[in-house]
Design a protein around this ligand. Sequence first.
Ligand code: ADP
Length: 631
Amino acid sequence: MKEKMEFKTETKRLLDMMINSIYTHKEIFLRELISNASDAIDKRHYLSLTDASKGADNYEILIETDKEARTLTITDNGVGMTKEELVSHLGTIAKSGSKEFLEQIEKESTPDVDIIGQFGVGFYSAFMVAKEISVYTKSVQDGKAHVFTSEGLDSYDIDACDKEDYGTKIVISLRENTEDNNYDEFLEEYQIKSLVKKYSDYVRYPIKTWVTKYDEKTEENKEDEEEHTHLELETINSMLPIWKKNKNEVTEEELNNFYKSKFMDYQDPITSIHINVEGMLTYNALLFLPKKPMFDFNDKNERGLQLYTKGVFILDKCKDLIPEYLRFVKGLVDSADLPLNISREMLQEDRSIKKIATNVEKKILAELGRMLKNDREKYEEFFNDYGLNLKFGLYEDYGAKKDSLKDLIILSSLKQEKRITFAEYKEAMLEGQKEIYYAVGKDKDAVLKLPQMDLIKNKDYDVLILSDDVDEFMLQVLAEYEGLKFKSINQGELDLIDEDEAKKIDELKETKKDILEDIKKALPDCKDVLFSKRLVEAPCCLSASNGISFEMERVLQAQHQGHGAKAERILEINPNHEVFKAMEKAYEADKESIQKYAKLLYTQALLMEGILPDDPKEFSNTICDLMIHSI
Ligand code: ADP
């Protein structure tokens, strides 16, 4: 007896969207239905492992068209659905992808139709091309057959029916053609063939359709001028998973299509890596670098590659196959050497998995190296989104990966337009330059304004600009690049002024010992006060002794792991500057007054480093005091 049922509200919304969709790639509905059919066959096969009577030996998916009736029919001999399953699977939205899709749509005021392709949205996508859909299905569970019919509006009908074979047959009555949409194209043989090739070529079961063949000339018909044709049922997918094909036989377009449908992206990847390895260890891998970080990019639990063994899917996110810092890579590994029932715990210990992971990592880095060399623009784009990951990769584990990553890092520099590698910095070094200079700052302008830059600018040396929090930590871990040490422009000795000048300053230090000492006494927070060998124009600056820099102090404290980690502050004074001369004068007149000026000078040095004084009010009071007396 026919029963009429209402779709759930959520489902109605989704259907409404499909029916009114202006999405231009409506063709993806075929991919979705074929994928459902293939899943259904998987399920039946799985059941047959424990109950042979539930299995079949000719699993296949059949696509038929009827131009007169304008129907497209997709038949599988999978598990089928019971009546309850029809209601719960097709009458309500069970699939998380569809839910996410709806949520995404809700968020956007003008929904981007492209995301239909991104999410797939399964069975319901067929309503983009159908005016009515009938699903005939017979479940291997209860042996009963039912038909579900709907126009995708508010309700659907379910009725008992006759059906000989187990499985599901979906009949789509195509919509009338419109000016913008020619639905008849889905009745064309070439179109069916090309869509299956494009989206479903690697489905593991044969997808068959009726294909036109020319009749052979025989004794009887050889006089006949006209060519005659007949139809033959033909398998139109190659079934061999795309990753098992020899990489020379797979086009970039095929890889891109595979990636987009498998990993729910709507853009082509930046690049794909196809690995076929045979020997002691046999495996195939397909890896993709998404053009933009995927929505799960920041979710640490979402890392991992899919794992297959001999073409059978085992695990969705196998973390052991990819290091944390490469978590943006999507892809899969199919190994010939793993048992089907391997557990997550066993995987961690598995030697072949470890070897594959090492090799996968190597291949990815090699590919990045190639991109950097051959397609700089593409690499820079990549680095904008994922550079931080590489930097962390270099820094983590005390720099265990530094040798393989150091040449993939690009940083801005003072003198170059584009970001450069350490090798490029080295290459462009001037005569007499012995170290790689770096400064922390948000950009070139900020760095150029640093007082500590005076001498370096005079020498015309290039300076790497570190703008990410992790940068300085990374350089510390690296320590040197091909024999060249990294040198911060505001830490330790800079060794840039000529000997005579240095000597003069050393002598000055002796003659002006008293004032220096009294300044230091006024600044308990300051480790040392000295005459600067790096300032030309500025009156003073702050430098840190070797070890923790001011920037690292800031980063560590922000991460709450600082536990008082503090850079050692050194106040450097320019002895040739008018300000110091004025201070000397004041000191001669009144020794006590130096305390006030020392604090003022020190606070200015702190401010230039972006460090707030402990007592801003005192600073302000002193300045006001000075203003009152001098204006
Ligand atoms: P998804 O396939 O992603 O779960 P769909 O909306 O496409 O989402 O399908 C919902 C459910 O309906 C499926 O999970 C499956 O249980 C069932 N289903 C769809 N097509 C078939 C089919 N051809 N044979 C058996 N079950 C099916």
